[in-house]
Design a protein around this ligand. Sequence first.
Ligand code: FE
Ligand code: CA
Length: 445
Amino acid sequence: MPMEPVEVSWEIAADDSFRKVVQKGTKIAVHDWGHSVHVELQGLQPSRWYYYRFKVGNETSQVGRTRTAPPINSTPDELRFAFASCQHYETGHYTAYDHMVREDLDLIIHLGDYIYEGKGADGRFRKHHGDEIYTVDDYRTRYAQYKSDPALMATHAAAPWLVTWDDHEVDNNDADDVSQDKGVSSARLLQSRANAYKAYYEHMPLRSAQLPHGPDMPLYRRVPYGNLADFFVLDTRQYRSDQPCGDGNKIPCDGVYEEGTSILGVHQRSWLMNGLEHSAAQWNVLAQQVMMANLDRQVGPGVAVSMDKWAAYELERRDLLNWFNEAQITNPVVLTGDIHKNYACELLREFNDLDSSSVGTEFVGTSISSSGDGFDQPDNIDQLLSENPFLKYHNGERGYVSCTVNQKEWRTDYRTVPFVSRPNAPLNTRASFVVESGRPILNKV
Ligand code: FE
Ligand code: CA
């Protein structure tokens, strides 16, 4: 794009042929913000479908569809949404999105790894443009490439999206100002982070409340769906202490018990606890990145947990789970991405005591494409389940997770595709669980 500002007009209508336009206006797209525009609307009717499009000169965009939330104090009967994560462009077709579009969902949640930062690799079915990304232009080009995928485009056009990032929007397994790459200074990582956050803001459906300021971007936020659900959209990357035991699967080191280490950071944690305490919602949903349950990945004697997850911040996790119980938080449900696998877990009050009670549930959703073709269940599945009695399901295929929520129960359906190396994979529902309100127990259906 040239340097000049560009006038973009927008229309929002009650019908997809735009006979009943309800609001319209113009925005100036400027070079400094990658010629992106963000239109914030007020005065629409609640619980309605709307259609929108943009025009520049003689060009008209494709039509997008979105839906408004119910009124804050209303009692909605039902919410149907899906969540997804981890869409490495090079490693597989976005077939899961082709299927998601057909579900007619009220909401789509993306839990991060929307892009991957690595350089283009040979021998895959498609290739990242350019080298590893650092500059604003690098990040913008990467988003443009990902957003050229027709299935992803159609899914954005089908329903409203609620997004948060994970690590690959900046750098693998990043924590605050610490890169995974040795020798990368904190100043350099913060510069990349500022570039990454800016491009993320430009390319995602975010409001000006989320506007980044240099390497800081206030992404965590609360989104109510009447009194049926409160979504606490978390950011477990920007404020976390460096992984105290490093990366990989390990026996937890002493650092996990160190006072003051945090995955949320002080401000986000008090915001979260305050919000949960005052929530009147039937389901309190933590839409976030990394696994909260303490999954022992070492088959046989001994325990090894992944050190990029909540397990590495044991004091904070234990405090939060104990507090769910003490403060009697209504129906906490944690949604997780990151690890390219499906898991269903009950969240124990004390993971060091496998007999302690469940205080919430966690649904970990697999990747859209990352890691390529998957597998249904690993050979050691029986042992994994028996060593982790809170774990009720595990699967390693690609896909997404659908949730149907009403005032009495929460239903989760694990939707998978058997391959992503070729197009047109069929969709399977591999497992379904129901949680009854007031009982944080996973019931297989
Ligand atoms: Fe990922
Ligand atoms: Ca073990």
